[in-house]
Design a protein around this ligand. Structure first.
Ligand code: VG1
Ligand code: CO
Length: 548
């Protein structure tokens, strides 16, 4: 006989869930009752704030250390809280975009995704948990605030005293009132992709044997998805997907798809014999990096190009509505939108801010400079989707990545773009830097820095066009009359100290200046950012820790 136990919890006054859920060291999550406290708060939120009588959720994660244990804990709490139906990705595997799809496809109440995204995993690495709502998207601030409040209020949680629940075989079972279904995490997602893209034309491109492609799963969650879709369904040669098995510690690597961490594919693509296309995704499968022969496509350009090429993919043909980008993302997509006569939107950082626009059918594509691109097919960013879009573009146009990008710049101008991260700064110092900047904003307006004239300087504030909710303090923007921008904000996803992100953008239409090295093109702005923000003085760092 299975019984339910009510366990006393200590109140946790941890930080609020950040840009993308709650993220901490795995060891922090393993403290007694820590995860339990958060999970019970999610179920309380669902019970009290949603009208759903028969709660149904999906659970899965990126396979990192503590994923399996966390799933057992969540299942037992779910059973004790009378959740009606739970779907669990086999072996606990479920990418963020696939989870979003499952919630939408099966009309679930929500989903719990276990991941710290691109942060390193393993015993000494990070762990994370995020709750997605019934539209398949990350919980909006009102929901995460409610969950956080409950975390600090509840004194007990309920859990079922039952044996280990096998999640490694496809199965359907029932414990007390809860149906538990262990499902294949790849199939539904693969079918969705097949409906959006021209698989026949991509297949034909692979079968002629001249197209070389490589995808780096980074030992994280996308491996199984990429193997199925690229190799099995589209016929890319076996071995095209590397680092394809999700490992608990990501093989000791950092599952962040950028030039620094996706080393193998970067080396190939910037060699004398590069492949035609390389892609990579992050820990939980929502980020993407696109590389062509000797070219890195910035995520901002990728969003702009996808928007301008939307008719090439069957799932988007003739139905482009609008495009949205996060504030620090370059303005390249806006320029395309203007030329195409569609709406463009600027939102705060974090995918949750796209949810209302997507639900209202106001935008088709969304993206962030942080290697996130996606569309209205789900409510999350989607790594494999972005790579498929590029495969579709290349197969349809028969052009190379550099040709596509160059033609885009020639037509729309180039938004030179780079992000400089200053990581692990002491929080006090980082806050002091931003506070100091805020004080300076008023005086900056109209100021001329050797020809660079400040048109506007503010702390970004967003009013959601659908629910009118206002989100303040989303990043310092210094916008110049020539459309250049310097943006600074503190990260909301780190687990150690603070990270200052400095975003630099310069718009160039001079056809002779479209091919400069990025950091050179931005050098004036880089110097100016230092002059205005006094980064060195505040942080003691004379250069960024990461440049993307
Ligand atoms: C970062 C990115 C942001 C992204 C977030 C979650 O947040 O800048 O664009 O939405 O990570 O991405 P921050 O607050 O550290 O700048 V992921 O792949 O964790 O879902
Ligand atoms: Co991610």
């Amino acid at each position: 006989m299975i019984s339910i136990e009510t366990v006393a919890t200590i109140k946790y006054t941890d930080q609020k869930p950040g840009t993308s859920g709650l993220r901490k060291k795995a060891s922090h999550f393993k403290q007694p009752h820590y995860l339990e406290n958060f999970v019970q708060s999610i179920f309380d939120h669902i019970k009290i704030k949603t009208s759903s009588e028969n709660t149904s959720i999906v659970v899965g994660g990126d396979g990192r250390y503590y994923n399996r244990e966390a799933i057992q804990i969540i299942l037992k709490i779910a059973v004790a809280n009378n959740v009606g139906n739970i779907m669990v990705g086999k072996s606990g595997i479920l990418s963020t975009p696939a989870a979003s799809n499952i919630i939408r496809k099966y009309n679930l109440t929500g989903g719990i995704i276990l991941s710290a995204s691109h942060n390193p995993g393993g015993v000494n690495g990070d762990f994370g948990i995020k709750f997605n709502t019934e539209n398949g998207g990350p919980a909006p601030l009102s929901v995460t605030d409610d969950i956080f409040t409950r975390c600090r209020e509840i004194e007990t949680y309920k859990t079922a005293l039952c044996d280990y629940i096998n999640i490694d075989e496809l199965s359907e079972s029932k414990i007390l009132n809860t149906n538990i279904k262990i499902f294949d995490p790849v199939i539904d997602y693969a079918l969705l992709m097949q409906n959006l893209f021209d698989f026949d034309i991509i297949k034909a491109m692979f079968s002629n044997g001249n197209f070389q492609f490589i995808f780096d799963g980074m030992n994280a969650v996308t491996g199984p998805y990429a193997k199925k879709i690229f190799e099995e369904m589209l016929g890319a040669p076996k071995g095209s997907v590397i680092n394809a098995i999700p490992l608990e510690d990501f093989g000791g690597a950092h599952p962040d798809p950028n030039l620094k961490h996706a080393k193998e594919i970067s080396k190939i693509m910037f060699s004398e014999n590069p492949y035609n296309l390389a892609g990579a995704s992050d820990g939980d499968g929502d980020r993407n990096m696109i590389l062509g022969p000797n070219i890195f496509v910035t995520p901002s350009d990728s969003l702009a190009i996808i928007t301008s090429c939307s008719d090439l993919a069957p799932g988007y043909r003739g139905r482009l509505k609008g495009v949205a980008r996060s504030m620090p993302t370059s303005c390249a997509p806006d320029i395309v939108a203007e030329k195409l006569g569609i709406n463009s939107f600027e939102t705060p950082t974090g995918w949750k801010f796209f949810g209302n626009l997507l639900d209202a059918g106001m935008v088709t594509f969304c993206g962030e400079e942080s290697f996130g691109t996606s569309s209205d097919h789900i409510r999350e960013k989607d790594g494999v989707w972005a790579v498929l879009f590029w495969l579709n573009i290349l197969a349809s146009t028969k052009k190379s990545v550099p040709e596509i990008v160059m033609e885009h710049w020639q037509k729309y101008g180039r938004n030179y773009y780079s992000r400089h991260d200053y990581e692990e700064i002491e929080s006090d110092k980082a806050n002091a830097l931003v506070d100091n900047l805020r004080l300076k904003l008023f005086d900056l307006k109209g100021k001329d820095f050797m020809g660079l004239k400040v048109e506007n300087a503010d702390d970004f504030q967003y009013t959601d066009p659908i629910d009118n909710s206002v989100t303040t303090r989303q990043g310092i923007r210094i916008i110049f009359t020539d459309k250049s921008r310097i943006i600074m904000r503190l990260s909301g996803t780190g687990t150690k100290g603070a990270t200052l992100r400095l975003y630099l953008e310069k718009y160039e239409t001079n056809q002779d200046k479209l091919n400069l090295p990025t950091q050179d093109a931005l050098s004036d702005l880089i110097a100016l950012a230092e002059q205005i923000a006094e980064i060195k003085k505040y942080t003691g760092m004379d250069k960024p820790t990461t440049i993307t």
